[in-house]
Design a protein around this ligand. Sequence first.
Ligand SMILES: Cc1cc2nc3c(=O)[nH]c(=O)nc-3n(C[C@H](O)[C@H](O)[C@H](O)COP(=O)(O)OP(=O)(O)OC[C@H]3O[C@@H](n4cnc5c(N)ncnc54)[C@H](O)[C@@H]3O)c2cc1C
Length: 453
Amino acid sequence: MTDFDVVIVGGGPAGLTAAVAAGRRGWRVALFESNDDIGGMAASFDVADIRVDHGSHRLHPAASAPVRSMLEELLGDDLQVRERNGRVRVDGTWLAFPFRATDLIRHVSPSFLLGVGRDALLRPMRRPKAESYAELVRVGLGPTVLDRFHGPMAHKLWGVDPALLSEELARRRLPIRNSAGLVRMVARTSRPTGRVFLYPRHGFGQIVERLSEAALDAGVQVFTGQPVTSVVPGVGEVRFSSPLGGVGAGRLLWTGPVAGLQHALGQSVRSPVTHRGLVLVCLVLPHGPWTEFDAHYVPDPEVVFSRLSEPRNYRHDDRGGPRTVLCAELPCSPGDALWSASDEELMARVVEGIQFCGLPEVHVDEVVVRRLSAVYPVLTVEGRHQRANALATVDHVPGITVLGRQGRLVGDNVHHVMDMALTAVGCIDDDGSWNDSAWREACRRFEDHVVQD
Ligand SMILES: Cc1cc2nc3c(=O)[nH]c(=O)nc-3n(C[C@H](O)[C@H](O)[C@H](O)COP(=O)(O)OP(=O)(O)OC[C@H]3O[C@@H](n4cnc5c(N)ncnc54)[C@H](O)[C@@H]3O)c2cc1C
């Protein structure tokens, strides 16, 4: 008999959701997480006694019914429905984001409006010259939106000219890809009910905290500080090891990076998919709120951050004193100058950006910096087969199922990866056998996920 019926590697939202679902089926389940804390990218942490997320996180209302009902059960009234109130800088002007028709009429620059209108009329004349991120946007939305918004934003996030980024990345990232879709979106988001999101009262990390409690309640054994470093596959039993020693599992659900599994299996990792990282710079201000907005989106190349959020504005929470925290997301590559910059340099660059954008002055009490090394998979035109090739090396290994954001090399949201986790557990029959055809079909469905910002 194996030590566990199901073992999950990784304690982010995907792994924790799988743990809850498998534990509730009465199986012997364990979860191994390499960090000392659970939650992965979706965890929250304290800065100046304020709960702060790893960059701007919101739960999208598009969550599937099973995911939504699990979250409602776990969070109850703490799952708040909030109205989005962000701003985006287009052509040097702040526009309400999500867009609102009246705000657009008042604030959008005439040259931008004319450009977008002309591009919509000329849409039938445009043909793609290549299968790239830039071409998908240029053909669908037009050169004005490409040159003044999506192009610079994509360049900032992935660090690569969007003409060299794959079309697949654009399909997975951009929910709106043509002028008609833009008009429909503005019609929807002009109504307050059309621009809502869900957010837990005590920070986004409350989701993983409640999932972890539910996993323990379901009898799951959770081991933190336990990276899984070697795996020997097999039908009936998968053997693996962590610092705790060797363990056997009927099925292993892997939610960590694909390259980590390839290493653990002893495979040689050829041309891996590279990832863009993120430096998160949290500025503590003595008084809040700093502005009424939840997030500012900034494509301008002169500004070091892509987004600046104020966590207190994401929720209604009676806790907390007079202070507020601003979180600046600085996309960069592990090891580059920005990644290696000191806290003081990073703070200075963020403050410069705030001044450049004409945002209110900041007096910073304290700065806290966190670094995430693998945030955005970089899929290029040249390496467009890299993702499929990497998945092919791990997708049919006996006894192992690969899921989650890093597992499937995607930029998916929490509701997507929770759905993957529920589906994966549903593919294990009561006798422990694996329904491979159902999983393959589900993986085809996951390919249609589009990231919601
Ligand atoms: C800046 C930013 C903004 C975002 N905004 C949103 C948003 O608004 N809405 C939204 O829904 N989503 C958002 N996301 C995405 C969300 O954070 C992810 O979808 C989610 O965290 C992915 O969950 P996961 O479990 O697949 O992976 P992760 O959260 O990456 O968790 C994987 C876990 O596996 C562990 N692990 C890795 N290797 C091993 C190993 N060998 N052994 C043991 N453990 C291992 C890791 O330590 C980690 O804890 C955002 C992400 C970022 C970075």
